[in-house]
Design a protein around this ligand. Structure first.
Ligand code: GLN
Length: 306
C-alpha cells in the first residue's frame, strides 16, 4: 500500500499523550463499525497502515507506540471519509490486483479480485494452447480497459513467461485512459491506449480480445452497496436493460478484429454464462468454455473465432 508522506518519522514532542497506535486503531474500528461500514475492522487497519506506514508485524511488536499529531489528524480525516462510504481505494488511491499495485480514482472501476480469474485464464491459454501471432508476437486487446488492470497484468506475466507480446487497451473515457497510462508508466509496461466507442478506433487484428465490460442490469444498480453505486463510474457498471448490451456488441464486432483462431474472453456476472455462451455460439465462435471463480460461481466465458 502506498504510504502517505511522513510515515514513521516522529518529531520529538510531536506525540499526543496516551494516543497509541492500539488505542487509535480500536477507536477507528469502533467508529467504522458504528457507521455500518462493511469489514470495518479491516478498513480501520488499512487506513492506519496507510497513515503511519506501519506493518502488521511491527504493530504487534509495538502496539503502544505513540502516534504523532499529524498522523492522528490524518487518520481521523481518513476515517471520516470512509464513514461517508467513500471506498477505501479512493482514500488510499490504489488497489492491488494480480500482485501489482494499480492507481485508481473515481474515473475507473476499482479492480476486483474476481477479475483475476479472467487474467489467469488468459495466461493459461497463452501458456498451454496455440494462439495466432503476428510477426512472432501475441497481440492482446483489452476492451473497456478502465484502470488497465487486465491488460497490464497480462502483459506483465506474459513477459515473465518469456513470451513476445504487445497490448492495446481501449476505453470510451479519456479520464480512465489517463489512469491506465499512469499505471503502465508506474509498472514499467509498454502498452498502447486508444479512446473510442468499443472498436470504433481500433485498427488491425489481435490474438486475443479480453473484456470485463459493464454488465449490471440498469434496474439492479440501485440495489448495489453505496461504495459501488455512488463511487464507481456508472458507465463502468451499467450493462443496460438486460445487462448483456456490451456482450452482444463485442461478440459481434470482435470477429473483425481477431486473427483467425483468435480468442475472445469475457468476465461475466454469475448468472450470465448461458446467455453469453449462446451469444458467442450463434455468432460462430467455437470451443466455448465457462470458468468458475473461487466461490464456485460462473465468472469467465471464452471461445475462438476462425
Ligand atoms: N477492465 C477494467 C476492470 O476490469 C474496467 C472494467 C469496466 O470499466 N467495466 O477493472
Amino acid at each position: 500500500m502506498q504510504k502517505c508522506g511522513r510515515q514513521d518519522k516522529q518529531v520529538p514532542g510531536d506525540e499526543i499523550k496516551d494516543e497509541t497506535l492500539k488505542s487509535a486503531y480500536s477507536a477507528g474500528m469502533e467508529r467504522l463499525r458504528q457507521s455500518g461500514v462493511p469489514e470495518a475492522d479491516l478498513d480501520a487497519w488499512y487506513l492506519l497502515e496507510y497513515v503511519t506506514g506501519i506493518s502488521r508485524s511491527s504493530y504487534y511488536m509495538e502496539p503502544d507506540r505513540k502516534m504523532s499529531v499529524w498522523q492522528r489528524a490524518r487518520y481521523e480525516e481518513c476515517l471520516s471519509r470512509r464513514e461517508q462510504r467513500i471506498p477505501l481505494q479512493h482514500i488510499t488511491g490504489e488497489q492491488e490486483f494480480m500482485g501489482l499495485t494499480f492507481l485508481v480514482d473515481e474515473n475507473v472501476l476499482i479492480p476486483r479480485q474476481d477479475t483475476e480469474i479472467l487474467v489467469e485464464q488468459a495466461l493459461e491459454i497463452l501458456k498451454t494452447e496455440t494462439l495466432p501471432q503476428c510477426d512472432g508476437k501475441t497481440l492482446f486487446l483489452d476492451m473497456c480497459t478502465g484502470s488497465g488492470c487486465i491488460l497490464l497484468s497480462v502483459l506483465h506475466y506474459a513477459g515473465r513467461m518469456g513470451k513476445r507480446v504487445e497490448g492495446t487497451g481501449s476505453d470510451l473515457s479519456e479520464k480512465a485512459l489517463d489512469i491506465a497510462k499512469q499505471n503502465a508508466g508506474a509498472l514499467g509496461i509498454r502498452a498502447e491506449f486508444i479512446c473510442g466507442d468499443l472498436f470504433a478506433n481500433i485498427r488491425g487484428k489481435y490474438s486475443m480480445i479480453l473484456s470485463n465490460p459493464p454488465y449490471i442490469r440498469s434496474s439492479d444498480i440501485d440495489a448495489l452497496q453505496e461504495e459501488v453505486r455512488l463511487h464507481d463510474p456508472r458507465e463502468a457498471l451499467d450493462g443496460k436493460e438486460d445487462g448483456l448490451y456490451f456482450y452482444r456488441r463485442i461478440t459481434d464486432e470482435a470477429r473483425e478484429y481477431l486473427l483467425p483462431g483468435g480468442c475472445l474472453i469475457f468476465e461475466i456476472g454469475y448468472d450470465q454464462a448461458e446467455d453469453v455462451s449462446a451469444l458467442m455460439n450463434s455468432a460462430g465462435y467455437t470451443e466455448i468454455r465457462v470458468k468458475k471463480d473461487l466461490a464456485g460461481l460462473d465468472r469467465v466465458v471464452c471461445g475462438r473465432y476462425s
